[in-house]
Design a protein around this ligand. Structure first.
Ligand code: NI
Length: 136
């Protein structure tokens, strides 16, 4: 019997989508407004879900306080009020699209969570645009 626990979190961050090896025209045609050289911000929301069996001693799959502390350390402290391109080393050479951000978040959390548990991260870049990743 497997149960999923989930925790929601939030961060604000700025980014710019572009490739330095492409011309401004090509970047504009692919990334549109997101190629604004002066950056722009998003209010990102995320849901982190951990699935596993219930520990018979505690009745928990995972202590949600531990999960929430982990998200605070690995995601909120690292990304909140940051410029993803300039301040976050993972995006120094990686375009900070929602797709790439969700994979970076998943990788940071995956190593800190019991390997017997499944992990899924859903990242909302806007209330209507969201991406999800559960590894592989
Ligand atoms: Ni954007």
């Amino acid at each position: 019997m497997k149960v999923t626990i989930s925790r929601k979190a939030h961060f604000n961050a700025a980014h710019r989508l572009y490739r330095p090896d492409w011309s401004m025209e090509k970047n504009d045609s692919i990334f549109g407004k997101c190629n604004n050289p002066n950056f722009h911000g998003h209010n990102y929301d995320l849901t982190v879900s951990v699935t596993g069996t219930i520990d018979p001693e505690t009745g928990y799959v995972m202590d949600v306080k531990i999960l929430s502390d982990l998200i605070k350390e690995e995601v909120e402290n690292a990304f909140d009020h940051k410029n993803l391109n300039l301040d976050v080393p993972e995006f120094a050479t990686l375009n900070p699209t929602a797709e790439n951000i969700v994979v970076v978040i998943w990788n940071k959390l995956r190593v800190k969570i019991n390997p017997d548990h499944d992990l899924e991260v859903i990242l909302y870049e806007t209330p209507r645009n969201f991406v999800s990743y559960k590894g592989s």
